[in-house]
Design a protein around this ligand. Sequence first.
Ligand code: HEC
Length: 392
Amino acid sequence: MRTPRFIAATLAATCLLPACKKDSDNATPSGNTSFSKTDYEIISTTLNLPESAFNYTGFNLPAHFLAPPVASTDNTPVNTNPITNDGATLGRVLFYDKGLSINNTIACASCHKQANSFTDPSQFSKGFLDGLTDRNSMSLANARYYVNGKFFWDERAVTLEDQTLMPIQHAVEMGMTLDSLEKKLSSKDYYKVLFKKAFSDDKITRDRVSKALAQFIRAMVSYQSKYDDGLTALGHAPAPNEDLPGFTQLENQGLRVFTANCAGPCHNTELQTMPVARNNGLDLVYADNGVGKITGRTIDNGKFKSPSLRNVMLTAPYMHDGRFQTIEQVLEHYSTGIKNHPNLDNRLKDPVTGEVRPLNLTQQQKNAIVAFLNTLTDTKFTTDVKYSNPFK
Ligand code: HEC
């Protein structure tokens, strides 16, 4: 079945744009943004950066990224903070710089590790004084494709640009003031070079720090999983009983069980993202009320954002408080453990009785879902040098 959406996607994917390059180009310099010789010498005393920037903008995205629904979930503010290769390069350096914490011990990357799709394998993360965060760190893969553009489990940051300065000032995480941040970064010659390259002059401001970090995070696009290959090979959205080429029988069964039970209005689109925060019945009474804690409204209690499930097999532990160590525990929750909280999402309730509608998955169905979730793993993304630590 060839829907108009996929025809549009195919047209968009025919690579007419200059930015649209071959896969092998992604990790190679884009060629148009070289440093001057003196500037390159300055940065090279501290940083391992290519002479001309990596390509953070012109991915060879598969068709299903270039058309709705995925394309319409992109939260990049194209007028005020478009991604540029130089901006994302600066963002990468900031992301890995322990100098963003007051005692030079913690970088963003300390709690958002590339090998784990930019989350932390610990339930809670250690901040600059070894204090623990009160929630589990979140994966940043495809954070760009969250349609309402809000960030954190409780969506308290209304944009990614707002979010990026918060950990820096957080009392447990990095403990800095923005005044001292600006001063500290201004004392380093390599930042003068990088800010000038990204923003036309070498003024170092909080606004630019926030924008550059947001550009780097939005450039973290994971699109090279087995699932992406399957969708590309099929060439259109799979019909309910259609198999993906290259998938095993178990993976295809998993795709169907996932689509029937987990996708729908919840983990939807080809990036398995949710449009808004929801309550998935973890508790009857929440110790942490998530969105409700921010809005003060009881109807928001126990609602949390779900990041994209891309690379989910690398992002354990799970849920806002990291309560589940394994994906099997997560499936058991949906299968038999859902609690009938007053805000429990409708999809997990019987519309007539209002009782919980547990998924009651068989062991075979659970195995199939896990096999499918494994197809969302993208190790090209988790090993790509352009997202790695640039410090020598
Ligand atoms: C000490 C650990 C720690 C550090 C350091 C840290 N984070 Fe986080 N990050 C977390 C935790 C924990 C959460 C979830 C917090 C919450 O929702 O209340 C989070 C959430 C996020 C999110 C939200 C993702 C989403 O999908 O909503 C973004 C974006 C993010 N961090 C970026 C950064 C950046 C940029 C830095 C550096 C300036 C940084 N983090 C530093 C632990 C950390």
